[in-house]
Unconditional design. Structure first.
Length: 209
């Protein structure tokens, strides 16, 4: 399940508009042009009549896949640097990353029915013993002046999830916060993920007799 809270903020961070949406959320890994991607499908759990005075809503997708930054297929698209002393307690290691402009980006912004790839830089907190990514925080390398985006920040927190088919816990997104500012508007989207389930599908192709 995915609960999405979309807020439009005004002066002094005051909420001027808020919308909550609940979805059945499905993520499907797939190969696309030799790259691993994740297709996201959402089925709304509550249909509300859209009010005529509702402002345009910022749509944010793909941020549960932010950890693809560290996938072997995308490593050539990023620069990495380990930070000294990590979290300070020795349990977590902090790794800085920066997208190389002009290469394929694992993240994009959907705005007015258009998709804009993002050049992000940020930090990942990684368990020093298991290698599990527990948190990623990132922002734009430079403003997107072509679409008037002054700042764009995302933070994804991962928590362990247990599945009946696997005795080892898997770290999955539990919260994703996306904050976007233009010259005139300030939007914040919060995605909460819960009730994880794993699906396995097998298909057999047969020729007609």
């Amino acid at each position: 399940m995915e609960l999405v809270t979309q807020e439009k903020l005004g002066k002094h961070e005051k909420v001027e508009y808020k919308k909550d949406s609940l979805f059945d959320y499905l993520a499907l890994p797939k190969e696309q042009e030799e790259f691993l991607t994740l297709e996201e499908l959402r089925l709304s759990q509550k249909e509300n009549a859209k009010k005529s005075n509702e402002p345009a809503v910022l749509s944010t997708n793909g941020f549960p896949t932010l950890l693809l930054i560290f996938h072997p297929q995308y490593r050539a698209n990023y620069r990495y640097q380990m930070e000294i002393n990590g979290s300070g307690d020795g349990k977590l290691t902090r790794v800085r990353f920066e997208h190389i402009p002009g290469t394929y980006s694992t993240c994009a912004l959907a705005l007015r029915d258009k998709i804009y790839p993002l050049d992000l830089q940020g930090t990942a907190w990684i368990d020093a013993q298991t290698g599990a990514i527990q948190k990623i925080a990132a922002g734009l390398i430079a403003p997107l002046k072509n679409i008037n985006i002054k700042s764009f920040n995302v933070e994804v927190i991962y928590t362990p999830q247990l599945f009946p088919s696997d005795p080892e816990a898997k770290w999955c997104p539990s919260t994703a916060v996306i904050d976007v500012q233009t010259e005139l508007q300030h939007w914040r989207n919060v995605h909460l993920f819960s009730q994880y389930k794993r699906f396995t599908v097998e298909s057999v192709e047969s020729k007609p007799h």
